[in-house]
Design a protein around this ligand. Structure first.
Ligand SMILES: Cc1ncc(COP(=O)(O)O)c(C=O)c1O
Length: 410
C-alpha cells in the first residue's frame, strides 16, 4: 500500500474517533519505533501505557508464538492451563483473591461496577468517584469517569455515581449515604486527568472508612499497574489492600487483556452466569501476560523503574529551573507529568519532529511513561530533545514579546 492509500483508507473506512498524527509505524523494538520512511523515534509513551516492557519484548513474542501454535482459543466453559497459571501468578503478587478475566480496562471496571451492585444486594448501589478521574468509555465506566467532556452527548448515563473532589476526605464523608453507598472507586494517580497523585493520608482514610462502613475500595490500576510506579502495583506504595483492583494495558505486553482482582472472602458474590466475557483470559493472552510478569521479575525491572524514575525526575527538575514554561513536575516511578504554563500540543509536535514521542493530557500536562527497561542513555537523549524544544519555545515567546513591544512603541 502506498502512503497516501493508507491515509485514504483510514479516511474512507475507519470512523474518525481518534485525533491522529500523520505517522505510519512499521516496526518497534524496546523503546524504539520506526516509521514507514525508516525514521527512528524514541518512544516515551509506548502504547498509551501498554508498553511497560517496550515494543516486541522477546519473551512475550516467544510465549505468544509458542501458544498460538498449540491452542489459539478455548471458551470459558472449559479449562486451560495458561489461565490457571496466570490467575495463580496474579494472586501471588497481590493479595488473597480471585480474578475475573476480560479484554480491556473499561471492561474490567464494568465488572467492578456490576460486582459492587451485586455486593450491595439491590439496596446499596451508589459508587463514589472523583473529579478528573478516567475509568473508560463504556457507559458504566463513563458514568464513573469524573470528566464532563467525555460524557457530553451520551446521556442518559447509568445512575448511581457520586462525584467528589480528589484528595478531599471531607467531601467523601459527606457523599456517603449508608443506605445507598456501596463502594469508592479511584485511580491512585489520575493518569488521563493530568498525573494527579493521591495523598497518602487521604488513601489511608479511605481504607479506614471503607472498613468501618462495609464499603468496597476499588482501585483502578489500569494505568498505574504492572510496575509503572516502581512497585508492581501502585497500592503497594500506600500500605493498603484494595477490595477490588482492576488491571489491563501493560499486563498483556501488547495484547488485549483486562482483569478484576477481588478479595477472596467476597469473590463468590458473582456466581455462574452472572457475568461473562467470551474472549476473556484466552490461552495466548494469558501466556503473554505470564511472560510480562516473569520478565519484570527476572530482568529486575522494578528497581530499574525506581532508579530511572529518580534520574528522570532529577533531569526534569533541572529543565524546570531553566525554563519558566514548566510549572511543575510530578508523578511516581516512571509515570511522570510535566505541567506547563502553556498548551502542550506544540511541544509534543516539536518533540515528534526531533524523534521523541510523548503525550499531552488536560491541554497543559506533558505525560511521559517510558518502558520500565529504559536506560540512562535513552533518558539523556529524551532530555536533550526536550531541552532543545523548550529552548526553541522560549526564544519564540521572547521574539513574540519583542515584536509586540516594538509594535506598541511604533
Ligand atoms: C485508569 C484507566 N482506567 C480505565 C481505562 C480504560 O481502559 P481501556 O481503554 O483499555 O478500556 C484507562 C485508559 O486509558 C485508564 O487510564
Amino acid at each position: 500500500m502506498k502512503l497516501q492509500d493508507v491515509f485514504n483508507a483510514y479516511n474512507n473506512y475507519i470512523m474518525p474517533t481518534y485525533t491522529k498524527f500523520p505517522l505510519i509505524f512499521v516496526k518497534g523494538k524496546g523503546s524504539r519505533l520506526w516509521d514507514i520512511h525508516g525514521k527512528a523515534y524514541l518512544d516515551f509513551f509506548p502504547g498509551w501505557g501498554v508498553g511497560n516492557l517496550g515494543h516486541c519484548h522477546l519473551k512475550v513474542m516467544s510465549a505468544v508464538r509458542d501458544e498460538i501454535s498449540k491452542l489459539i482459543f478455548i471458551p470459558n466453559n472449559y479449562y486451560h492451563i495458561p489461565q490457571a497459571k496466570l490467575a495463580k501468578e496474579i494472586v501471588f503478587w497481590t493479595y488473597p483473591a480471585k480474578v475475573f478475566f476480560c479484554n480491556s480496562g473499561a471492561e474490567a471496571n464494568e465488572a467492578a461496577i456490576k460486582f459492587s451492585r451485586k455486593f450491595g444486594t439491590g439496596d446499596r448501589y451508589e459508587i463514589i468517584t472523583f473529579e478528573n478521574s478516567f475509568h473508560g468509555r463504556t457507559l458504566g465506566a463513563l458514568a464513573a469517569t469524573g470528566q464532563k467532556k467525555y460524557q457530553d452527548g451520551f446521556s442518559p448515563l447509568p445512575e448511581g455515581f457520586k462525584l467528589v473532589k480528589f484528595n478531599n476526605i471531607e467531601e467523601v464523608k459527606k457523599a456517603i449515604n449508608l443506605e445507598k453507598t456501596v463502594a469508592i472507586m479511584l485511580e491512585l494517580i489520575q493518569g488521563e486527568g493530568g498525573i494527579n497523585v493521591a495523598e497518602r493520608d487521604f488513601v489511608l482514610e479511605l481504607r479506614k472508612i471503607c472498613n468501618e462502613k462495609n464499603l468496597l475500595l476499588i482501585i483502578d490500576e489500569v494505568q498505574t499497574g504492572i510496575g509503572r510506579t516502581g512497585k508492581l502495583f501502585c497500592y503497594q506504595h500506600y500500605g493498603i489492600t484494595p477490595d477490588i483492583m482492576t488491571l489491563a494495558k501493560a499486563l498483556g505486553g501488547g495484547l488485549p487483556i483486562g482483569v478484576m482482582v477481588v478479595k477472596k472472602e467476597i469473590a463468590d458474590t458473582l456466581g455462574p452466569g452472572m457475568h461473562a466475557s467470551t474472549f476473556g483470559g484466552g490461552p495466548v493472552i494469558c501466556k503473554a501476560a505470564l511472560a510480562v510478569l516473569r520478565a519484570i521479575q527476572k530482568e529486575k525491572l522494578l528497581p530499574n523503574a525506581q532508579k530511572m524514575g529518580e534520574y528522570l525526575f532529577l533531569k526534569l527538575e533541572e529543565l524546570k529551573n531553566k525554563y519558566p514554561i514548566i510549572k511543575e513536575v510530578r508523578g511516581m516511578g516512571l509515570m511522570v507529568g510535566i505541567e506547563l504554563n502553556m498548551e502542550g500540543k506544540i511541544i509534543v509536535e516539536k518533540c515528534q519532529e526531533l524523534g521523541l514521542l510523548i503525550n499531552c493530557t488536560q491541554d497543559k500536562v506533558l505525560r511521559l511513561m517510558p518502558a520500565l527497561n529504559i536506560t540512562k542513555k535513552e533518558i539523556d537523549k529524551a532530555i536533550s530533545i526536550l531541552d532543545s524544544v523548550f529552548s526553541f519555545q522560549l526564544s519564540a515567546v521572547s521574539r513574540q514579546l519583542k515584536a509586540e513591544r516594538s509594535l506598541k512603541n511604533y
